[in-house]
Design a binder for this molecule. Sequence first.
Ligand code: HEC
Length: 134
Amino acid sequence: MIKKIKYIPLLILLNSCQSPEKVKLEQYYIGGKEIFEQNCANCHQKDGKGLQNLYPPIVGSDYLKDKSAVILAIKNGLAGEIKVNGKTYNQPMPANSHLQSLDIAEVVTYIYSEWSNERKITTVEEVEKILNKK
Ligand code: HEC
């Protein structure tokens, strides 16, 4: 019991100075960062800048303009030539079939808020709508 009490002030602090949306955004961001570091950073690097001609950058990538394409690429992988900020890449990106819709929503929220200046959540509903489109 005593142990649990320690967390109460933190919760009060989080809830008192932030709206519920902001708290949720923070949760998605933190979860998404972890998912990115475990599943993506090997290639795209922790700082999202990619690796030479092999792995394209996420930072400032013009590919992010099409969020549906990003969600599909994360889930199903990507193959064939693509252009990112005018530079050509042509290496396969593996599928992430183990990632659930919530994981994808979090990692997309993370990359867009960290590297594309977006300050809102990509929701699970948005992700599922895109993945379920035939
Ligand atoms: C094994 C290496 C590898 C891993 C792991 C990987 N990617 Fe990729 N990713 C690539 C490659 C290579 C491309 C370019 C694909 C092509 O040439 O068709 C790419 C393309 C992309 C693109 C579109 C281009 C751009 O840079 O904006 C995004 C967005 C992306 N990856 C995000 C992710 C995310 C998020 C994860 C983790 C869930 C991830 N990738 C995991 C190698 C990887």
